[in-house]
Design a protein. Structure first.
Length: 230
């Protein structure tokens, strides 16, 4: 009887299959880079030197993405701690959240002495400081020209940062002040007097009581004049 001998090739273990069959996973570097770019774009207001530190996200469980897009809305107010949502748009869809620290170092101004409401701010009253502007009020004064000659709208303690909302333009009208009213039309101009019932800077509308006792609304032209009838 003829004997047939079969030679069997050894079986390859599963872990010896070619590595090319394993899916490619997302690297954290481009995700972090996009988050940083987004934040730098938001910080381009010229207020100071921007510093951003991004924490690389955990992406080893996410499939590789060919189109990344930030989801966080443009114009969002910057804070010292930010979270930026990054969305993969293709070939699959997923979202990861990137944590970042942001600082903007720049100059601002404080007052050397306590200013009472109504006092005029002089150049010698100002003291220049350096600091993280994100930790200060959004309307902090960085340009001394926007403070010098203005009046303190309220008491400002010595050493306190100067805020735009705490200043009043020297051309503003104060409530209770007697003002000149001005009415203009084709070929005529009529002046009168009134009592300001509100305070307001040039260009704002305030109410006042005319000499006849009527309550009217006008536009502030300067510290003494209100345009009425428009």
């Amino acid at each position: 009887m003829q004997r047939i001998v079969l030679l069997l090739a050894p079986l390859l273990p599963l872990n010896a299959l070619p590595a090319s069959t394993a899916p490619q996973m997302q690297s954290p570097a481009p995700v972090a880079a996009l988050a940083e770019h987004f934040l730098r774009t938001q910080a381009r207001d010229g207020r100071g030197v921007v510093s951003i530190s991004v924490q690389p996200p955990r992406t080893e469980h996410l499939p590789a993405c060919s189109r990344l897009q930030p989801l966080t809305g443009a114009g969002q107010a910057l804070r010292s701690r930010m979270t930026v949502a990054i969305r993969c748009m293709a070939p699959s869809t997923w979202t990861v959240y990137v944590q970042a620290s942001v600082s903007i170092t720049g100059s601002y101004y404080t007052v050397k002495r306590t200013l009472q409401a109504g006092e005029t701010i002089r150049k010698e009253d100002l003291l220049r400081r350096e600091g993280d502007l994100l930790k200060l009020s959004r309307d902090i004064v960085q340009d001394p020209a926007k403070a010098i000659g203005h009046h303190a709208a309220q008491r400002i303690p010595a050493g306190a940062p100067i805020k735009a909302r705490n200043l009043r333009s020297p051309a503003s009208i104060e409530r209770g002040r007697r003002v000149r009213t001005l009415a203009r039309g084709p070929g005529f101009e009529v002046t009168g007097e009134g009592l300001a019932l509100e305070s307001g800077p040039p260009g704002s509308q305030i109410q006042l009581r005319s000499g006849s006792g009527q309550i009217i609304t006008g536009t502030v032209l300067d510290a003494h004049t209100v345009l009425v009838g428009h």
